[in-house]
Write a protein that binds this ligand. Structure first.
Ligand code: KG4
Ligand code: ZN
Length: 376
């Protein structure tokens, strides 16, 4: 079977055709994957403007869909199901994809499969590398999420740790903005950090020792000792504030609270200092992500580690993860860059997994801005 997949959760309009291979170890193959990025539109505003994003999805979706069919050299009649991101994401953006997918599937008389965006990121690993050696500890690290999952059975995602505040990608984007590096911040910091000294500044790495009172769901309850479960959560807002404080000190910018936090005071710093700050910030983010992921993997007896989501495109995260995996003798799976950041091929893969496990589900699902990903 072939699925046509649609992804519009944030600022990329994406469509893809993904086919089943019949090979259980490497179950899916990408026939086409088309992404129309809105980065140039949002750059002007320093971040994603939800209303502009929804409007641009409406403009782009038909062309992106047609391009995906064209690149795959298939006609709509050959498509067996439509998979679409249901959430989480910007609700106006999601709605465009969900409405398009339902209308398309209905008109063709084929099923529509709602897909969780993070299940898509997780399945980008199997799409690229084949079924993971299980159990697997998979870190999904993107602009909206920093979540660690345990996968014991294919398609069963158990949340074991997540950020208590900012996502790692969000921290990248905010720090880049503060340093005047523009949007999106992750690729900019990745590039600039290469010319900096990663020991120039000793930024603090947040250590979580307290239970999360805001979220009574004990993520790793029963799987890990309570002490370890806490340590495996993430926090990046303190690091972001430490960068802000340093930039204020170095530029003499007034501590104007929120106003300073949203400005680009660091643009006044010499480029070598900006590079040092980027490299030092990135070292802490990458070490934190990998320390916790590998610690969880060790406790859980994982046979592989996966890293997916937009931040998995990061050069240093990729290199350090591979090195650590080699050191402790555990295979590390990371998608190729085109499957790290948002795309529809991963939604097609997760859609096929879900369709084969649970059938298509009902027609009355809606776009959901927040949607937990737990055991299905
Ligand atoms: O998965 P994604 O495309 O969208 C979400 O689901 O959020 O992730 C986007 C995030 C952004 O925060 C972006 O700055 C970050 O991924 N990102 C990177 C890199 N490329 C994208 N962060 C660090 N280094 C990169 N090379
Ligand atoms: Zn994403």
């Amino acid at each position: 079977m072939m699925v046509l997949a649609i992804e519009t959760s944030c600022d990329e309009t994406a469509a893809a055709v993904v086919a089943e291979t019949g090979d259980a170890r490497r179950p899916w193959q990408i026939r086409s994957s088309v992404v129309a990025s809105q980065a140039a539109i949002h750059r002007e505003w320093g971040g994603v403007v939800p209303e502009l994003a929804s409007r641009q999805h409406v403009r782009d979706i038909c062309g992106v869909f047609e391009a995906a069919l064209g690149e795959a050299a298939v006609t709509v009649d050959e498509i067996g199901a439509v998979a679409v991101t249901q959430g989480p994401g910007l609700v106006g953006s999601l709605l465009v994809g969900v409405a398009f997918a339902k209308a398309l599937a209905w008109s063709l008389g084929i099923p529509v499969v709602p897909v969780h965006h993070l299940a898509g990121h997780i399945e980008s690993l199997t799409l690229a590398h084949g079924e993971l050696p299980l159990p697997a500890a998979v870190l999904v690290v993107s602009g909206g999420h920093t979540s660690l999952y345990l996968i014991s059975e294919p398609g069963q995602y158990r949340l074991i740790g997540r950020t208590r505040d900012d996502a790692a990608g969000e921290a990248y984007d905010k720090v880049a903005k503060l340093l005047g590096l523009g949007y999106p911040g992750g690729p900019a910091i990745d590039r600039v950090a290469r010319g900096g000294n990663d020991r120039a500044v000793e930024f603090p790495a947040a250590r979580l020792t307290h239970a999360d009172r805001n979220d009574p769901r004990a993520t790793a309850a029963g799987l890990l000792p309570a002490e370890v479960a806490r340590r495996i959560d993430f926090s990046f807002s303190g690091l972001k504030t430490a960068v802000l404080r340093l930039v204020r000190e170095r530029t003499g910018a007034a501590p104007a609270g929120k106003a300073a936090a949203t400005g680009s005071a660091g643009a006044a710093l010499p480029p070598s200092e900006v590079a040092d700050i980027c490299a030092s910030f990135q070292r802490v983010v990458v070490e934190t992500l990998l320390d916790r992921t590998f610690e969880a993997a060790r406790w859980l007896g994982a046979r592989s580690v996966g890293i997916a989501g937009g931040v998995s495109a990061n050069t240093r995260l990729r290199a350090d993860a591979e090195a650590r995996g080699a050191r402790v003798g555990i295979p590390v799976m990371i998608p190729p860059i085109a499957l790290s950041t948002d795309n529809a091929a991963m939604i097609g893969a997760a859609g096929l997994r879900r369709f084969r496990d649970a059938g298509p589900g009902s027609w009355d699902f809606n776009a959901e801005a927040s949607l937990p990903l737990e055991l299905r």
